[in-house]
Write a protein that binds this ligand. Structure first.
Ligand code: HAM
Length: 423
């Protein structure tokens, strides 16, 4: 027997109800973000590797250890996107969107790829819903983004979330922090730090704080905190964000240890956490990235955004009953097959939902099938019905039956279906 072909480790197939949950999240995203002026972008999943190295940062775990990178047949180094922000920036710069609108707001959703160790809530192909607001330097944009994110999560019916907030400073005040952090790192027992941390101490000390190795984490407990080194302008910025979040009744806690895993952030950073999904508790994360567009060769335009992990949100969604089909059209004799197919299309054109059987089967087996599909009505078409140009409608809940002329079938079904299922 041929070897069974299976999916790749860390990649999932989504069947209903999981695929329904994804549709539901995307629909809610379109509504909530659309109401805030966000337009949907659909971008490639494959980009030049350099884009991610230059935006996410050479020293991040994402770039060093987690990217799906390969050389294509034209000898180019390409990478499956590990996140969406870099691609949005590339597209924004490439199409000179800043010349069209003073503030651009985009959302996108789709698969991202990171070669991580798969576990509950951590996949190698996962999906994000991502929002980016470009062109606003004001803290009001930061507040709106966070308030909107919480509105979206509330719309999905997700409860018991906490928001962590931090300010990572800016290009003015970050150098002083780096200096203080390096000085602290020098005092540590080098034997106990991992090889990545030893290197990053010099190349990118903030990354040391994000190290996942427990031994390193323990040593870093007394490290200086970036928010304590914020300059006046950064302090004023985060103070306004806090004031606006309080006014909007968004509960948050300041977490000076929140440095995020990507290099492009400055000033406001945030994560939304859930206590109900295990170790991978961040359902969303984001922050401000003034300077990123410029560093990628574009104009000096500020930005702020976030991404939600759809697999993690799906674990938190309240149960949603799938809508039941209105009908199952069951031909009971081969002569009724063609008529049944035509009739089913007429019912659908009238706004009713349902399936038609492609083979004539016994009454019992057709009823079983209608039951499996949870259809509200089974519409049967046998030899007698065909001769009389009628159909037999059976209510799958009460068992009641009624004969209706084919010409009146739509009206009869509409009358019999519960309110809300009729059009
Ligand atoms: P991130 O924190 O790397 O940020 O990812 C955002 C969210 O994606 C996480 O909070 C988590 O819910 C989900 N996620 C990340 N990795 C995985 C995984 N392996 N499996 C399942 N879910 C995962 C970013 O990606 C930034 N681009 C967000 C952003 C947008 N910042 C500004 N704009």
């Amino acid at each position: 027997m041929a070897d069974k072909l299976t999916r790749i480790k860390g990649f999932a197939d989504l069947f209903p109800p999981d695929s329904d949950a994804f549709t539901l999240m995307e629909t809610a995203a379109r509504e909530v973000f659309g109401a805030h002026g966000y337009a949907e972008l659909r971008l490639p999943v494959l980009e030049r590797t350099e884009l991610f190295a230059r935006s996410i940062g050479d020293e991040t775990d994402v770039v060093q250890k987690e990217m799906y990178t390969f050389t294509d047949r034209g000898d180019r180094s390409l990478t499956l996107r590990p996140e969406a922000t870099a691609g949005v920036m590339r597209a924004y710069i490439e199409s000179a969107r800043h010349t069209l609108e003073p503030v651009s707001k985009y959302f996108t959703s789709g698969p991202m790829f990171r070669y991580e160790r798969p576990q509950k809530g951590r996949m190698r192909q996962f999906h994000q819903i991502n929002c980016e607001c470009l062109g606003a330097v004001e803290p009001h944009a930061d507040a709106e983004v966070i308030i909107m994110l919480m509105q979206f999560l509330t719309r999905l019916g997700i409860k018991d979330l906490s928001v962590s907030l931090n300010s990572l400073g800016c290009k003015e005040c970050r150098p002083a922090y780096h200096q203080a952090l390096r000085a602290f790192l020098q005092t540590l027992d080098k034997e106990r730090l991992c090889a990545d941390c030893l290197r990053r101490m010099d190349t990118n000390p903030l990354r040391v704080l994000d190290c996942k190795v427990p031994d390193c984490q323990a040593l870093l407990a007394g490290a200086p905190q970036v928010i304590d080194y914020n300059c006046e302008a950064c302090r004023a910025h985060i103070a306004v964000v806090e004031r606006l979040l309080k006014a909007a009744r968004v509960d948050y806690v300041m977490n000076p240890r929140l440095v995020r895993g990507l290099d492009y952030y400055n000033r406001t950073t945030f994560e939304v956490l859930s206590g109900n999904i295990g170790a991978q508790s961040a359902v969303a994360g984001g922050g401000r990235y003034d300077g990123l567009i410029r560093d990628l060769g574009g104009p000096d335009i500020p930005g702020i955004g976030f991404a939600c992990g759809m697999e993690r949100l799906a674990m938190l969604l309240p149960e949603h009953a799938s809508p039941r089909p209105d009908f199952y059209l069951a031909p009971l004799a081969p002569e009724a097959l063609d008529e049944a197919l035509v009739l089913a299309e007429k019912l659908r054109a009238a706004g009713l939902h349902g399936q038609v059987a492609f083979a004539a089967k016994s009454l019992k087996s057709q009823m079983r099938q209608a039951g499996k599909l949870m259809a509200r009505k089974c519409v049967m078409l046998g030899q007698d019905e065909l001769a009389a140009q009628t159909a037999l409608i059976k209510d799958m809940d009460s068992g009641e039956q009624e004969t209706a002329p084919l010409a009146d079938l739509i009206t009869a079904l509409r009358r019999m279906l519960p309110a809300g299922q009729k059009d």
